[in-house]
Design a protein around this ligand. Sequence first.
Ligand code: NAD
Ligand code: UDP
Length: 331
Amino acid sequence: MTKSALVTGAAGFLGSHLTDRLLGDGCLVLGVDNLSTGDRGNLAHLRNDSRFRFEERDICAGFDPGPVDLVFNLASPASPPEYLRLGIETLRVGSLGVENALQIAAKYGAGFFHASTSECYGDPLEHPQAETYWGNVNPVGPRSVYDEAKRFAEAMVMAYYRSRGVDTRMARIFNTYGPRLHPGDGRVISNFIMQALRGEPLTIYGDGRQTRSFCYVDDLIEGIVRLSRSEEHSPVNLGNPDECTILECANAVLEVTGCASQLSYVELPVDDPARRRPDITKARALLGWEPRVTLREGLKKSLDYFRTRMAESAGPGGQGNRGARSQGAGY
Ligand code: NAD
Ligand code: UDP
């Protein structure tokens, strides 16, 4: 039987890839997005697909899409400069928005998937991070608008599972990259690739010895789909356990782009986590899932997209970096 899915945040980086995957699996998809950090261009290729419909709306305002079988809740700013620019909106979408999405799932008996984040672990004192770790989060620091919204959202999802019987799943997603990452949203991979392609210095925040573990988008989407089909209700880490320093990441970008940019060191943002690496033992055992794409392979797969975006932004009316979307730390 054909399933229908609601995807919130569908015009975003991950939401648009998930939409493609669901359509590819034979679902009907309704995508909603308020376009605060997303881009209609990410869905332009679906313009003539009768199985897809898009509505521009803020999920913080209650809405009723009609009967759906699955709800995938991805709506939320996700890049640090963006959630700092949209602090209150981020807190609202992580609370009111998440509850509205849960109420739709409750009303129609739909399966519910929520996109949580490794930021729930804050600046982690345990390494690598397993799902059993409760985290080390500054509740009032600049990043708290995102971290606490996401932690609240996890509590809300569990409450709807425990008290209202909603069939929930959630993934703690670690840094993911690939085509459709907005070239100006300030995340490290998009910054480094765009800087390299422009021949500008790569901006290293702090000394560059902080670590992240980067997952290519196709691997992540496969993990999300497998988790959504599982019976697991508590959080599952999805990410690539291959950890590298930001300096190593910069060197990988220079190698793959063949550019010879310098490095420029700028101030480390407040509360920037010193290290981050997922323990994916649970995902491996439960879902038979693990990432396959290495950082260098994933960077190569992303290059054409960023080259195209750079050409667009250089043309008349181009908008390489939008507003607060910065190349420097600035936050
Ligand atoms: P993104 O900014 O590209 O996409 C988020 C989308 O949500 C955007 O299209 C935005 O316009 C939309 N949105 C925001 N507030 C909304 C609202 N109130 N109503 C409707 N739409 C709204 O970011 P992304 O990287 O695709 O992230 C998607 C989800 O995955 C987020 O929930 C994020 O927290 C989570 N996540 C992403 C990563 C990652 O590395 N990409 C890591 C951890 C968690
Ligand atoms: N970073 C950097 N230069 C940049 C952008 C980010 O050195 O131009 C660093 C940032 O300080 C952090 C890491 O790269 O330590 C990942 O940053 P990002 O904003 O992509 O995601 P985060 O994991 O912090 O949410």
